[in-house]
Design a protein around this ligand. Structure first.
Ligand SMILES: [Zn+2]
Length: 265
């Protein structure tokens, strides 16, 4: 029990803060010793605010660090689910699937969920993949965005060890990031060595049960053909295929304007 809880010998007094002026305290004298309870409320508020400001700055700088490390291309950094135009039912389904994946990322992280955004070019797959990455980063997790070519180049640079991290370190980084986005996964893979490198990344993440999102301008059988049975079966085991089968929005031109007047036939 706090001595100040007992009313005997309790007195209300006023103290003075050099900065904020007078403030009330309670004092109690016990066997000749005077105890004081209370401090300048304005000082307490200021201190709390300072702590909150520091915490916010920490959170922001860690967010910026995670964003910088994510390697999301600049032109995709302003993407969001809200700016994805979904008018067709298939587009709405794609948007819903991607939103759900990002929205329940803790579950995807626990299960090592895989989302494959596959189909026609110009349907906004990278837009949605970047939106997932940005959402996951905002939630406090780490994400990395790379094309298949970039992954292969990173591993090759590591193998050649030009000052940077070793191949194993690159592989470890690609395996450990909370979410790996593999963009343009449908490009033709040049050699068996490159296919093996990609397999090492996907297999590493599969074994660690870490989530992945892939985009591919291909149908499922075409992706199987490009990636090979080994990689593809790994992906499909945990993977949800989200079809992007509608027409390329860039190919859709507005109808030609009607002539202002027509000569009578
Ligand atoms: Zn004060």
């Amino acid at each position: 029990m706090d001595a100040f809880d007992h009313p005997d010998g309790l007195r209300a007094e006023t103290r003075k803060c050099e900065k904020h002026g007078p403030y009330p305290v309670r004092t109690k004298t016990v066997r000749g010793h005077k105890f004081i309870s209370g401090s300048c409320p304005a000082c307490v508020t200021e201190r709390d605010r300072e702590v909150k400001r520091a915490e916010l700055a920490d959170a922001r700088s860690s967010l910026e660090t995670r964003l910088a490390r994510s390697a999301i291309p600049r032109k995709l950094r302003s993407c969001s689910f809200d700016t994805y135009i979904a008018t067709l039912p298939e587009q709405q389904h794609a948007l819903r699937s991607c939103r759900a994946f990002a929205g329940d990322f803790e579950r995807e992280r626990a299960n090592g969920g895989v989302l494959i955004l596959g189909g026609n070019t110009g349907t906004g797959k990278s837009h949605l993949a970047a939106s997932i990455a940005l959402s996951v980063i905002a939630q406090g997790a780490t994400a990395m965005f790379a094309t298949v070519q970039e992954i292969i180049l990173m591993l090759r640079a590591g193998w050649q060890r030009r000052n940077g991290p070793s191949e194993l370190e690159v592989l470890r980084m690609l395996t450990r990031v909370d979410l790996l986005i593999i963009d343009e996964a449908g490009v033709q893979i040049g050699s068996d060595a490159e296919r093996n490198q990609l397999h090492a990344v996907i297999d590493g993440r599969y074994r660690e049960e870490r989530p992945m999102v892939l985009t591919a301008n291909l149908s499922a059988p075409e992706l199987l053909d490009v990636m090979g049975e080994r990689i593809y079966s790994r992906l499909r085991e945990q993977g949800q295929w989200v079809p992007f089968d509608w027409e390329d929005w860039r190919a859709r031109r507005p109808p030609p304007p009607a002539p202002a007047f027509q000569l009578s036939p």
